[in-house]
Design a protein. Sequence first.
Length: 165
Amino acid sequence: MTVKEKCAYIKGLMAGLEIDPQNPYTKVISEIINVLGDISNKLDELDNETNELGDYVEELDEALGDVEEIIYDDEYYDDDEYDDDEYDDDDDDMYCDDCCDECCGEGDLYEVECPHCKETIYVDEDEDISALVCPACGKAIVGTDGVGESDDNKNEDNSDAYTDY
């Protein structure tokens, strides 16, 4: 039973009692019942507004969930399908597994280990290796094409200095 129904029931009981309407107690009880009726009407209005607001909050929550999915979902920003074209905005195509020259956009890279700091450096085949400097320690890497080597070492195989990457 709703509050409105209870107020109507009390009004019916009051009318059935056949109490003198001029009695001060009857006047007070009658006014209390009228106030309860007004309160029940206001509660119904508030209940309707609350339901409308609840529906609106659910819609906002769904929209916010969609926005969060776009912002925080890595797959949304994965543009691998557009690699090496005008839509490519990441550097993932620079770190391929040497599957082809198309994804790297460059020629062959060679892997060089710095003899001083043991840092691995990737050198493009077109880069001048006679003046190669390690970006990690800043020292020159010699022995790449005979520069800085003694005559005894020039004829040795330098296959351990460069690895085709």
